[in-house]
Write a protein that binds this ligand. Structure first.
Ligand code: GTP
Length: 598
């Protein structure tokens, strides 16, 4: 393939602005797949993705298109995950491109994630083609959106393409713009091979497969290769492109995008951002921007039925084959028994993994509240990282604790600015800046602890701005904070899985609210259950779950056996997600209660 005929591009957009639908139309229009072959939304192909309507795993597809000049072009669409958890993956995908379509919803305008992604694309010097989508909507206002693109992003929107992925309007124009406006890749064939890995997946026959973009040199089937970050040496047993199904090739030149398989057993060998070069005589410097995966959020996963412990381990191992960002290790909790401490890129990632474990592997799990990673500086000068509140060292040995902060960007209509500020302030946010995007919309930036974002920041934002707020955040730094461990005692016993780390100023109120909330969640049992919140030895709140007087069957006078069975079934149903902690039956919600108290 002649490098001059290649165009590598991504699509960047805020969630729901129509990225996947536009991609589908491009694929359909060029006949890459017939309509019948195209199951709805090819690019979002995981069930969960489809249900949630968001892209979790990026996909790549090669589209052949005859340009206005009559020449055939090879357009490689590199899809990017559409969620803040996957910012690093997005940055690697963009590094594989020369251009990007910027999709903006004609009714919604520029949103927080549009901005974050555009800035990243600009950092990579990509040619950006603004596309205003959904112009078929009655509420579409393309002129306002154009103005916003110019004012807020600083891009020339005079040549923005007006499109509707629904009606197909503007699709041809987009394809022509990709050919005409996005530069061809600039790699050189006679240099030693260097290829960027921008994604990976696991195939049960071929092993771990890398999605690659050749920067320089030529990749041939059978070549001896090396991963620069891990030093792993292997042979290219198969190379090819995505149409979108994998299609084998014998060689791939500079600028090409496709896949690479070679006796690589796990996705951990294929690290996103790593550079592939020749085993002998390759490049000496890796491509810039490589970063190892670092989980941001941890939680404990425990099987409700302890006999499922091994099944949980098998399931986690299988999921990890395809997800290098998932980490886990065995953990024991006094309250919950044997389980795993798992690390995730963020809350969505955590949610998706939990759901897959339950759905695909049929596991019933108790999940503990997510925790960020704290840096605990001890008086003896040692620094330990703590991702489980119950592991916090004895307070007398702690000099100080640092916690992760993020830069949070919120975009809202101006009437809601007060609400955003109030919520952010309550969440220990530090105000950074406020700018008007247009007469009506405002961008507010806060420096705020990640743990507060995890709690219920976004839910609160959404509810107090009638859903209008959009949020994006990125890890900023670690800062010292006065943090303490809040323990919960049930029936006089501390329940390790309910411990949390909170700011000292909020500790008393959080303790009270949590005890009160738990009182409503813990079902009444045959005996009274005191619930106490404590910091160190000091009890700061107490509630009682009163004893149950009658058992459920007492209602069934006489012997209506079917009614009795129904009641017992119902009770069993409710018990599914219960875990006996000492003598107390504790439902799943209790472990998440900390996330939604006021
Ligand atoms: P993520 O995968 O989360 O990034 O979302 P997305 O940007 O891929 O959005 P998607 O393509 O899933 O579209 C979101 C919704 O908008 C879907 O319900 C689409 O049917 C709808 N939609 C997309 N394009 C158009 C359009 O041109 N007109 C109208 N009316 N609706 C559209």
């Amino acid at each position: 393939m002649d490098t001059k005929k290649i165009r590598n591009f991504s699509i960047i957009a805020h969630i729901d602005h129509g990225k996947s639908t536009i991609a589908d139309r491009l694929i359909e229009y060029t006949g890459t797949l017939s309509k019948r072959e195209m199951e709805n939304q090819v690019l979002d192909n995981m069930d969960l993705e489809r249900e949630r309507g968001i892209t979790i795993k990026a996909q790549t597809v090669r589209i052949d298109y005859k340009g206005k000049d009559g020449e055939m072009y090879c357009l490689n669409l590199i899809d990017t995950p559409g969620h803040v958890d996957f910012t690093y993956e997005v940055s690697r995908s963009l590094a594989a491109c020369e251009g990007a379509l910027l999709i903006v919803d004609a009714a919604q305008g520029v949103e927080a994630q549009t901005l974050a992604n555009v800035y990243m694309a600009l950092e990579h010097d990509l040619e950006i083609i603004p596309v205003i989508n959904k112009i078929d909507l009655p509420s579409a206002d393309p002129d306002r959106v154009k103005q916003e693109i110019e004012d807020v992003i600083g891009l020339d929107a005079s040549e923005a393409i007006l499109a509707s992925a629904k009606t197909g309007e503007g699709i041809e124009e987009i394809l022509d713009a990709i050919v005409e406006r996005i530069p061809a890749p600039s790699g050189e064939a006679d240099k030693p091979l260097s290829a960027l890995i921008f994604d990976s997946y696991f195939d049960s026959y071929k092993g771990a497969i890398a999605h690659i973009r050749i920067m320089d040199g030529v990749l041939k089937k059978g070549m001896g290769l090396k991963m620069m970050a891990t030093g792993k040496v292997f042979d290219a047993t198969e190379i090819g492109c995505f149409r979108p199904q994998t299609t084998e090739l014998q060689e791939m030149g500079p600028g090409s995008v496709g896949y690479l398989a070679g006796s690589l057993k796990q996705v951990r060998d294929v690290r996103v951002g790593d550079t592939v070069t020749l085993a002998e005589g390759g490049v000496t410097e890796p491509l810039p921007g490589y970063r190892g995966v670092t989980p941001m959020v941890y939680c404990g996963l425990y099987p409700v039925d302890s006999a499922d412990y091994d099944n949980l381990k098998d399931a986690l191992e299988k999921l990890q084959l395809n997800d290098a960002a998932l980490v886990f290790e065995p953990e024991t909790s006094i309250a919950l028994g044997f389980g795993y401490r798992c690390g995730f890129l963020g809350l969505l990632h955590m949610d998706v993994i939990q759901e897959r474990l339950e759905r695909e592997y049929n596991l019933k799990l108790i999940t503990t509240a997510p925790s960020v990673i704290y840096h605990v500086f001890k008086t003896d000068g040692e620094m330990v990282t703590v991702d489980n509140p119950s592991d916090l060292p004895d307070p007398t040995t702690i000099d100080h604790i640092e916690e992760p902060f993020v830069k949070a960007t919120v975009i809202v209509p101006k009437d809601f600015v007060g609400a955003v500020m109030e919520i952010s302030q309550n969440k220990r946010g530090e105000f950074k800046s406020m700018d008007y995007l247009d007469v009506n919309r405002v961008m507010v930036i806060y420096h705020i602890p990640l743990s507060e974002i995890i709690y219920d920041y976004f839910d609160k934002l959404k509810s107090s701005t009638r859903g209008y707020a959009s949020l994006d955040y990125e890890l900023a730094d670690y800062q010292p904070a006065k943090l303490v461990k809040l323990d919960i005692l049930m029936n006089g016993e501390a329940v390790d899985a309910l411990s949390t780390i909170v700011h000292v100023d909020n500790a008393a109120s959080r303790g009270r609210s949590l005890a009160a909330k738990l009182k409503t969640i813990i079902p009444q049992q045959m005996f009274e259950i005191p619930i106490q919140a404590a910091i160190g030895n000091k009890i700061i709140a107490r509630e009682n779950v009163r004893a149950l007087r009658k058992d459920v069957l007492a209602k069934c006078y006489g012997g209506d056996i079917s009614r009795k069975r129904k009641l017992l079934e119902k009770q069993k149903e409710g018990k599914k997600r219960m875990k006996a902690v000492g003598r107390v039956e504790v439902p799943q919600e209790a472990f998440m209660a900390i996330l939604n108290i006021d």
